[in-house]
Design a protein around this ligand. Structure first.
Ligand code: AMP
Length: 644
């Protein structure tokens, strides 16, 4: 029997499990590092919903420009150059992470905005006016935008969603993503793995092609590899592996640093702290990287980057390949491990699917081809497959699709700390989920009356090398010699990959003991590490609802302004047609009314300033009345002229 450490620190939180209902219009959202997409099942077709700019994907960018409501998507991306410190992108790389994590520390100098430690040490971001946001909050803004796209498609607010996460996300990162959904006012029915979603989108189309499928998913911020067995509508994940901090952003940062170094070598000027310059170079670097997927060489030209100095040079595809080879090679090990974990050989893989924008890079396709000894399948749209798969899973949950079953796995081993800082795994990685497991433990020292259960995820044998995802205390254990109490610890990973742990004192006490027949059980949903308390999440939900109400009001005012604007345009027409026959004084009064109304219309449209709608309607009525009166006089004049 394993022994607990005698240390007692904090109490864990008690959170009740949510009950799931069957619902309709469950949207699928791919919450990507760089871009996000939303899809829904319509009849038998999965449809990607377009945003208001007509785009099928929406940049995962959120900007704060002083207004209450942040800009999200393309409008946020467009203004990044003039507002780099308040424009947040790729924050998915920070989600569920500590400020001190090496990956976060590496990002600090590579982004133009501020990354700061929250009180509990989580990585947050901050604006120039010191407003602090958790990465979940920023993701919540993006999810709100995706919800809005779906709301306007259905002409009705949607409530339920399936959201995807990188397969290699740990519990904290999954929890933080669920919190983001809650902030956006969405009931996230299920969190599924991105590559599994992509396989669903692939497999649903090609049921005849059952077999073993590898999904190689390299997006803006994360890399995942999953191997699935698709058989008669059953999608069984055999193994998964990856790196939650490897993606297109790393290629952009590499090119950015290359350009900064080149500039320094040429002019002796270090512009790495000039945030505006860095943002411009970053955008040019990404553009160049994307271009080099289609052409052999690309021109990087950034005029007036520093005073009268310009950046101007050519980069070839080979140069980019060589420069980024160490990044590309980081995908090889996880692929090999994944094939091994699945109990397969390379030759057993029937099809390789490419997902994520970075898989358009020819060198990456070549490496994948060499690894699997087969040409990857390029029929799946790498930007849309994940959202489509999420929509399919949504339709399975709503009962619209009946013949599809998804069996996913947990990406990381789950266990607890036992005496001496040893990691005791209870559920090994790649175990099919949902899963429940129980193991018995005891106390490590005589008279120990409480045990602290510290839950970790990872593959290392010492807990210090793994990720602490939650901890709680089972107290009131009757005093007894070490090894006597029997503590049952139950671990459960649900279909979202989210962990619930319970500890129970199962010692058989004699009938005359005060503890006889009394239940001593503590259970938690591991949620202690996402850096957002329930209260904070509730506050954010409240704020987003208030914003929604204000937005709705503003929308009505804008519609009102549009009606007034139409009348103004008609009035302009009347003046230009009949002005010559109107009285000078009447024209002047009408023009004053026009000016006053137009000022109010512009206030509403451009400055969000609200004017009393009844007041505007009264002004419009008055102007129309004067105008009608003037026209009647004109008509009389015309009759008189005809009569002469
Ligand atoms: P995703 O997260 O799947 O939207 O992938 C976005 C990443 O893919 C970004 O880093 C993009 O710069 C990158 N990307 C998109 N298209 C291409 C392309 N044609 N060649 C290389 N990288 C690309």
């Amino acid at each position: 029997m394993k022994m607990f450490s005698a240390a007692m620190k904090n109490y864990g939180k008690l959170v009740s499990r949510t009950h799931r209902r069957l619902v309709h219009n469950v949207i699928g959202i791919d919450l990507g590092t760089t871009n996000s997409a939303v899809a829904v099942l319509e009849g038998s077709e999965v449809k990607i919903l377009e945003n208001e700019e007509g785009g099928r994907t929406t940049p995962s960018v959120v900007a704060f420009n002083g207004d209450d409501k942040p800009l999200v998507g393309l409008p946020a991306k467009r203004q990044a150059i003039i507002n780099p410190q308040n424009t947040f992108f790729a924050t998915k790389r920070l989600i569920g992470r500590k400020y001190t994590d090496t990956e976060v520390q590496n990002d600090l100098s590579n982004v133009p905005f501020k990354i700061i430690p929250n009180e509990n040490g989580d990585a947050w971001v901050s604006t120039t006016d010191n407003k602090k946001f958790s990465p979940s909050h920023i993701s919540g803004n993006i999810l709100s935008k995706m919800k809005e796209i779906a709301d306007s498609y259905f002409h009705d607010p949607v409530k339920h969603a399936v959201v995807t996460v990188p397969a290699y996300f740990n519990d904290s990162q999954r929890q933080a993503t669920k919190a983001a959904g809650k902030i956006a006012g969405l009931d996230v029915l299920r969190v599924i793995n991105e590559p599994t979603a992509a396989a669903l989108a692939y497999g649903i189309d090609k049921k005849q092609k059952d077999g073993i499928v590898a999904v190689f998913d390299l997006g803006g911020g994360t890399f995942d590899i999953s191997i699935l067995d698709i058989e008669d509508g059953v999608f069984e994940v055999r193994a998964t592996n990856g790196n939650t901090h490897l993606g297109g952003e790393d290629f952009d940062i590499l090119l950015l640093n290359y350009i900064l170094d080149g500039f320094k070598a040429q002019y002796g000027i270090d512009i790495s702290t000039d945030r505006l310059a860095v943002q411009r170079i970053r955008e040019a670097a990404e553009k160049c990287k994307i271009e080099l997927s289609h052409v052999k060489q690309s021109e990087i030209s950034i005029p007036f980057i520093k005073e009268d100095k310009h950046i101007n040079f050519t980069l070839t595809e080979d140069e980019l390949d060589n420069m980024s080879l160490h990044l590309i090679n980081k995908t090889i090990d996880p692929v090999k491990k994944c094939i091994r974990d699945a109990g397969l050989k390379v030759k057993d893989i029937d099809e390789v699917i490419l997902v994520g924008g970075m898989t358009r890079m020819p060198k990456i396709r070549k490496v994948v081809e060499d690894l699997f000894k087969k040409t990857p399948n390029t029929q799946v749209n790498p930007d849309e497959a994940v959202a489509m798969g999420a929509a399919i899973q949504g339709a399975v949950l709503s009962g619209q699709i009946k013949d599809v079953v998804l069996l996913d796995v947990t990406p990381l081993s789950l266990g607890i700390e036992t005496y001496g800082g040893i990691f005791s795994p209870l559920i090994p990685r790649n175990t099919a989920i949902p899963v429940k497991k129980e193991q018995e433990f005891s106390t490590a020292v005589d008279g120990q009356t409480g045990v602290e259960i510290r839950v970790f995820q990872g593959e290392r044998s010492l807990v210090k090398d793994n990720k602490l995802i939650g901890h709680f205390l089972l107290k009131d254990i009757p005093v007894s010699p070490k090894g006597v109490p029997q503590i049952g610890v139950e671990f459960e990973i649900d279909a979202d990959g989210i962990i619930h742990v319970a500890a129970t004192d199962k010692t058989k006490y004699p009938e005359d003991s005060p503890h006889y027949g009394k239940e001593n059980k503590v259970s938690i949903t591991v949620a202690g590490e996402i850096g957002l308390s329930e209260e904070e999440i509730e506050r954010l939900i409240r704020e987003s609802k208030e914003n929604a109400k204000r937005d709705q009001e503003l929308k009505q005012h804008i519609e009102n302004a549009t009606r007034a604007d139409i009348v103004c345009a008609d009035t302009d027409n009347v003046i230009s047609q009949f002005g010559k026959l109107m009285e000078e004084q009447e024209i002047q009064i009408i023009q004053e009314k026009l000016k006053s109304l137009r000022n109010k219309i512009n206030d509403i449209r451009d400055r969000g300033i609200i004017h009393d709608p009844q007041g505007i309607r009264d002004e419009v009525d008055e102007m129309q009345k004067i105008c009608m009166g003037a026209i009647q006089k004109v008509a009389v004049k015309q009759q008189q002229l005809k009569g002469k």
